[in-house]
Design a protein around this ligand. Structure first.
Ligand code: COS
Length: 380
């Protein structure tokens, strides 16, 4: 693979060193067998923890460029490894950004790969519209009682701890939500459904029936849950773009191999100008996506308070263009691209969810449009 992007000024030597070390680790450890995704994810989290990679997934100083480099590298080798890494970060993101010392004790475990985390935001009636969250957190003596359903929760069923969002009612809509740390063994919490999807990973619907959480489980201020969720997504949305980028890079590698090895009328496919044109388009989309992803990551790492627009652009473009790159790579494989066990077939299934989770593509367009500058007032 072409690693020349690491020379871009977005990166420091520590990033180049990280990318090289992880590349060696991933070559030794990945891919894993996906037959039993629960077991595979448990093993991946343990291995990533033992390798020290989860130290980058959470903590007081989240380095978004490191998160992105790790996600793109893992996704290029094995999308399930990327998933396992990403969920340790997203699941604990609110604790990394806003957690108390007591709550940070969970971070010690998730960073060591000794506990698995989940991010419980989506509900059956509210996916894109977070302000419509209906799960209730009723204030009681010493804490809160939570009731409601959460769905499409990654790591649901295997997580040890969730960050969950519920309505505490300080105000209507977005201003009346709060975030809580909820251990998976809390009384009243159950998994009501395991969900099978196009590219299998642990996914479930959770039900909270009067789950008691002490006051110390509240993350940030009561009523600030929406902002907590959006701040976490600001950090992690560029990393979804990075994962897509890793998958697209892999697809281009697979396409190049195919184009040089496969013969048509005695010549390699790559000798056809039409094929060269497709390969050029793929490479262009990959570089454009990488520029947007690492622009967003770099901006956050420079201390920007909010990177909603940059994060949304990175996620939108990188995921949509990766889908196109992978589709073209599959096309260049002909019938072989449709076969189970062929890498481009796996990538074709794996990429699809990234255009939906952590804010579907149209949500990213909405965020970008809302963050455009207002037109200057007319003076005459
Ligand atoms: N950081 C901090 N605060 C933010 C923020 C951010 N990135 N984005 C918005 N806010 C604040 C706003 O400033 C506003 O604050 P005030 O009430 O003080 O004015 C408040 O949050 C509400 O913002 P807004 O009016 O934009 O809320 P909407 O309900 O219109 O938000 C979208 C709409 C679609 C942008 C939001 O619901 C969203 O991102 N949805 C996608 C959810 C998602 O990604 N789900 C996947 C879950 S993980 S798989």
């Amino acid at each position: 693979m072409d690693h020349s992007f690491l020379d871009w000024p977005f990166f420091e030597d520590r990033h180049r060193d990280l990318a090289a070390r992880l590349e060696a680790w991933a070559t030794d450890h990945l891919p894993v067998d996906h037959t039993d995704v629960d077991a595979a994810c448990r093993r991946l989290v343990a291995d990533l923890g033992a390798g020290g990679w989860l130290d980058y997934s959470g903590g007081a100083a989240l380095d978004v460029r490191s998160l992105c480099l790790i996600r793109e590298t893992l996704a290029r080798h094995d999308a399930l490894a990327d998933f396992a890494f990403a969920m340790q970060g997203l699941g604990m993101g609110a604790v990394s950004l806003f957690g108390t010392d007591l709550q940070r004790e969970w971070l010690v475990k998730t960073r060591a790969g000794k506990a698995i985390s989940g991010f419980a935001l989506t509900e059956p009636g509210s996916g894109s519209d977070v302000a419509a969250t209906t799960s209730l957190a009723r204030k009681v003596d010493g804490g809160y009682r939570l009731t409601g359903d959460k769905t499409y929760i990654s790591n649901g069923g295997i997580a040890d701890v969730y960050v969950v969002f519920a309505r505490t009612g300080e105000a209507p809509g977005a201003r009346g939500l709060s975030a809580f740390l909820m251990p998976a063994d809390a009384e009243g919490l159950s998994v009501t459904e395991r969900i099978e999807v196009i590219a299998p990973h642990p996914l479930a619907t959770l039900r909270m029936e009067g789950v008691f959480l002490p006051d110390s489980a509240l993350i940030g201020q009561a009523g600030q849950g929406f902002k907590v969720a959006m701040s976490v997504l600001d950090v992690f949305r560029p990393t979804v773009g990075a994962a897509a980028l890793g998958m697209a890079r892999r697809a281009l590698d697979e396409a190049l191999t195919r184009a040089f090895e496969r013969k048509i009328q005695g010549q390699p496919l790559a000798s056809l100008q039409m094929v060269q044109g497709h390969l050029a388009d793929m490479a262009l989309k990959i570089d454009a996506a990488a520029l947007l992803v690492y622009r967003a990551a770099w901006t956050k790492d420079q201390g920007a308070a909010r990177i909603s627009r940059e994060a949304a652009m990175a996620k939108l473009y990188a995921t949509e263009s990766a889908q196109e790159v992978i589709d073209m790579a599959l096309q260049l494989h002909g019938g072989d691209g449709l076969r189970h066990g062929v890498k481009v077939e796996e990538l074709y299934r794996e990429i699809r969810a990234l255009r939906i989770y952590e804010g579907a593509s149209d949500v990213q367009r909405l965020v970008i449009a809302r963050n455009l500058p207002e037109p200057a007032a007319k003076t005459s």
